[in-house]
Design a binder for this molecule. Structure first.
Ligand code: ARG
Ligand code: GLU
Length: 727
């Protein structure tokens, strides 16, 4: 009787915390079992089989992992690829020079011959995935320690891979899911001849830059176009001018109908990493201990860079990409903490922990799980001081400084010599000499030194003295505790801070080379740090982290067992996922409502002539003035971006937003600031992904750039016949 009422209470609780539509990054091959019904109830008109099939062409055949970090999709029968401008950035930059500045001016090939080769860029298609859990865990004992388990799993994976049925030119990799409770093998095709086809100028593709990053309302035309080329028989092949555009099994038609509040959308792509099932303590450590360290140190580094960039145009060019990289994560973490605070994220985690605990104590079968949450809390608590110090080391001496890159070049060379001998060393150091020259071009050592001082002071003031390695303490003492003097001496006496000195060093025979290197104060500074971290701090961290990994794996398995009525999706791990939700606005704070759609009007509202973030190309202004939107406008306005409750994360950049019929309606490129906490705590009320409207993309290609030959190879849906003729 008592037990009954408890489960009744539990059940009503559960209704409160069940997944809200929108949450989840689902496995394509399980859609039919887990999601199809809900997707249809939300308005989807196609079937799970239309999305993922191994028997016929399906949407998944159009979804392409772009360079390993972003997503892209095929939008024509000739392998035309759509992705974000910020995903193609490096390749656009590599084709840019002073005379021909593709970043500034944009680029549009006029035919296939003008498309630009992108060395190193890969486009990966997923052929199929299959569950290989039994084989991967073969022989692994249930009580094995994390290390032994890992070794056995690695061995097993090496054995399984060759046995996975596939064509000779297909690749295979295996990944763990649900905190390594389940394993899937992925058969892939990797295309290595991928060419740049078109990109708008930065003033469109990066409009709003860092100020608007992670923010709604948004007006960025964040897209670029590439093309996959294939060799004989349409198979993957290395670059060859004779290669032909790839003919896909499926490509996405593009809808011109636009979206309305409440419309079904799904986003199909390769989300990178999330931590949805953290207990309260795990989430608390991230929000209250680690994020504040990261945010505080980056605040300092960014302020220094910003001041220097504003004072000098050359510095601006040097530091803009660095600044953007550091600021991107910094701004995300601030948003994450904000979102957790305003939605009571930690309380929600605590609620989930106690719900779990209540079920476990109500059923003797679950007795083995009784201590999981408490054990996790205990390990997180013990890890905390170490993790805090480690984060300070990383943010102070590694992530925000350039100095460390030069040290790493040199230490890599030592390893080359010791591991592979003199010949390999000689070859490698020539490469490094060139690499270093390129590096120096984008570094101003005075700025680096100023950052070192500012962050170093903070490090010294906030890190528990027990975790400050002795070399650092001695060095600082020798300079009378004066960080400025210590840094000045380090930077001025090292060979790594001066291109000419490093170049001269690189010409010396090994014996002389290694002597000079060993004596270098910066090398010593980092070598001693590395020794301390490897033998002490990091070792302590990974000890606890192994235990945490083990406990989290058990906790995940227990959650699935204890809540059989719930659907669980695995954390993101850079594998192909489907997420779905609705087009919807949100209430970011009291008294404010954000609509779901923006228009070109907003670009003109934000326009600041000559400003590098908010300048607007003349041609775009003219099209706006004349309302010359071709068939892409709507009621005299040009739609630009929209938001929805699709659950996305980093890696989903460039993912297609697909409508109920399987047509592309948008291109994912960001999330809203208040909602970036969706990586640990998705909340339908404020978590939104941001997409460029497909009609804006077409408008820019067609009306702005005049590259209508590209639009002609696409399949447009919902194009009014009369308008088409007029166009
Ligand atoms: N916030 C987006 C992402 O996480 C866009 C980043 C690129 N844009 C920028 N302004 N830094 O990747
Ligand atoms: N801009 C992110 C990316 O490059 C996507 C935004 C997000 O993190 O949701 O993957």
């Amino acid at each position: 009787m008592i037990k009954r009422s408890i489960s009744l209470i539990l059940f009503s609780f559960l209704l409160l915390v069940r997944l809200s539509a929108g949450e989840g990054m689902w496995l394509p091959l399980l859609l039919r079992a887990l999601n199809e019904k809900e997707m249809k109830s939300m308005g989807m008109k196609i079937s799970a089989e239309d999305i993922y099939s191994i028997n016929k062409g399906s949407l998944k055949d159009a979804i392409v992992h772009f360079g390993g970090g972003c997503t892209s999709e095929i939008i024509s029968p000739q392998g035309l690829l759509l992705t974000n401008h910020h995903c193609g950035y490096g390749y656009i930059q590599s084709h840019s020079s002073i005379e021909q500045n593709l970043l500034r001016d944009g680029f549009w090939a006029r035919n296939h011959a003008e498309e630009l080769r992108c060395e190193g860029l890969t486009a990966t298609l997923i052929v199929r995935m299959e569950d290989v859990t039994a084989q991967v865990l073969d022989g692994v004992g249930p009580t094995w320690k994390e290390n032994d388990r890992r070794n056995r799993i690695d061995e097993n994976i090496q054995k399984i891979k060759p046995r996975i049925v596939r064509l000779e030119d297909q690749d295979v990799f295996i990944r763990g899911f649900y905190n390594n409770n389940q394993y899937f093998a992925f058969v892939t095709e990797v295309f290595r001849d991928v060419r740049l086809v078109g990109t708008p100028p930065e003033a469109i593709g990066k409009f709003g830059a860092d100020t608007d990053n992670w923010v709604w309302p948004r007006h960025t035309g964040d897209f670029s176009l590439f093309r996959i080329y294939a060799g004989k028989d349409n198979r993957p092949a290395p670059f060859d001018p004779a290669n032909k555009p790839y003919v896909p099994k499926h490509f996405l038609p593009i809808s011109l109908k636009g979206v309305r509040e409440g419309d079904f959308t799904m986003v199909f792509g390769f989300p990178g990493r999330t931590n949805q099932y953290l207990t309260r303590e795990g989430a608390r450590q991230m929000v209250e201990v680690l994020n504040p360290v990261r945010i505080a140190q980056r605040d300092r580094a960014l302020k220094i860079m910003d001041r220097k960039m504003r004072a000098d145009a050359g510095t601006k060019i040097q530091y803009a990409p660095k600044y953007a990289g550091i600021a991107n994560a910094w701004k995300k973490w601030i948003g994450e903490n904000l979102g957790m605070r305003i939605t009571g994220g930690l309380d929600r985690k605590a609620e989930q922990d106690s719900l779990f605990q209540a079920r476990v104590s109500a059923d003797p079968r679950f007795a083995p799980y009784a201590n999981l949450v408490a054990d996790l809390e205990d390990r997180y608590r013990r890890l905390e001081p170490f993790a805090h110090a480690r984060e300070y080391y990383l943010e102070t001496f590694h992530r925000n400084l350039d100095l460390v890159d030069f040290y790493q070049m040199v230490s890599g060379l030592i390893n080359t010599y010791e591991g592979r001998g003199e010949e390999a060393f000689d070859k490698r150091r020539k490469e490094i000499r060139d690499l270093a020259t390129a590096y120096y071009r984008d570094v101003n050592m005075d700025i680096d030194q100023e950052i070192f001082v500012s962050l170093g002071k903070e490090f010294y003031a906030n890190v528990n003295p027990a975790f400050i390695y002795s070399h650092f303490r001695d060095l600082l003492e020798r300079h009378g505790g004066d960080m400025d003097r210590m840094a000045a001496e380090l930077y001025s006496s090292s060979l790594l801070t001066r291109p000419d000195a490093l170049a001269a060093l690189m010409d010396k025979p090994y014996a002389e080379w290694i002597r000079a290197v060993r004596e270098d104060p910066v090398v010593k500074f980092y070598e001693e740090m590395k020794f301390y971290l490897d033998s002490d701090l990091n070792r302590m961290c990974s000890g606890f982290e192994d235990e945490i990994a083990e406990l989290r794996r058990s906790h995940m398995a227990a959650l699935i067992e204890v809540f059989p009525e719930r659907r669980f999706y695995p954390d993101a791990n850079s594998t192909l996922r489907v997420t779905y939700g609705k087009v919807e606005g949100y209430y970011p704070k009291d008294g404010v409502h954000y609509l779901n759609q923006t228009y070109l009007d907003g670009v003109m509202e934000k326009y600041v002539p000559g400003d590098y973030e908010f300048d607007v190309p003349k041609k775009l202004q003219q099209l706006y003035r004349e309302k010359d939107y071709g068939p892409y406008g709507e009621n005299g306005k040009m739609p630009l971006a929209f938001i929805g409750s699709n659950h996305t994360t980093g890696g989903n950049s460039g993912s297609p937003a697909i409508d109920a019929h399987g047509n592309l309606v948008g291109l994912n490129f960001d999330r809203v600031w208040e909602g970036t906490m969706s990586d640990i705590n998705y909340d339908r009320s404020i978590c939104r992904n941001i997409m460029v409207d497909a009609r804006y993309i077409l408008f820019i290609i067609d009306k702005f750039a005049g590259a209508s030959w590209l639009v002609d190879e696409m399949k447009l849906v919902g194009l009014n016949k009369k308008l088409r003729k007029r166009k």
